[in-house]
Design a protein around this ligand. Sequence first.
Ligand SMILES: NC(=O)c1ccc[n+]([C@@H]2O[C@H](COP(=O)([O-])OP(=O)(O)OC[C@H]3O[C@@H](n4cnc5c(N)ncnc54)[C@H](O)[C@@H]3O)[C@@H](O)[C@H]2O)c1
Length: 249
Amino acid sequence: MELGLNGKCVLITGASGGIGCAAALAFAKEGAKLALVDLDWGERTQAVKDAIAQTGAEVEYIACNVADFDAVEKAVKTAHERFGSLDVVINNAGITKDGLVMRMKEQDFDSVIGVNLKGAFNFVRHAAPIMTRQRSGRFINVASIVGVVGNPGQANYSASKAGIIGLTKTVAKELGSRNITSNAIAPGFIETAMTDALSDKVKAELNSHISLRRLGKAEDVARLMVFLASDAGSYISGQVIGVDGCMSI
Ligand SMILES: NC(=O)c1ccc[n+]([C@@H]2O[C@H](COP(=O)([O-])OP(=O)(O)OC[C@H]3O[C@@H](n4cnc5c(N)ncnc54)[C@H](O)[C@@H]3O)[C@@H](O)[C@H]2O)c1
């Protein structure tokens, strides 16, 4: 299948993390140019940079806190100036600060909403004018199964991911006439740093709710991102697509 991603500029946030890095590698394989955003691109990210370098992809590493509106404006400008277009934006950066709602600190609520939800808004806000002028663009926002069904101990995280879904659908409706699509991916439990912290007992308990009886891999999510960004995904918009091994039904 011809995916049509060769030479396209794909911006990915949280790109040094598990899912973000898998996405960067998957898009590099399709010949895309990469604008990779994360908090920093220092020593801790060397292995990721080495893996990307091996693909031979053109890449711009951008250090940016996605929660910072002005910093995101600069990041978008940097990517656009470097590659001359901005074809795909993947809002993937995310954090958790779990706790029961009755004990949750205000700061833990605000920071999770700030990174996960406002971070996605910031990129939509600054990238949409460029995509509108191009008359093409794709937003792919990483939500979560818990944004659909909720999860005890994750009021902040679930609310941020439910917010992502509302943002995604609204952007799809507002910008569809400009040939811009907007979709959300709702992963279940994917093996990354975010889930490494879970004990074997918790993982076994989770497995029992997953029909496919395994946690997902970052590549499982990355493949859907590539499809949604490709020519093959051009008539899909406003959707929330689960990648959860059949956990959410
Ligand atoms: N792993 C899972 O099971 C799972 C399930 C559902 C949804 N998700 C979502 O998938 C996305 C990626 O998660 P992951 O599992 O790869 O986690 P991860 O922790 O491996 O990666 C998250 C990345 O986001 C970056 N980041 C955090 N705060 C940032 C900020 N303020 N500005 C810029 N970058 C920032 C981190 O540095 C990190 O590289 C997140 O949005 C997460 O909520 C993950």
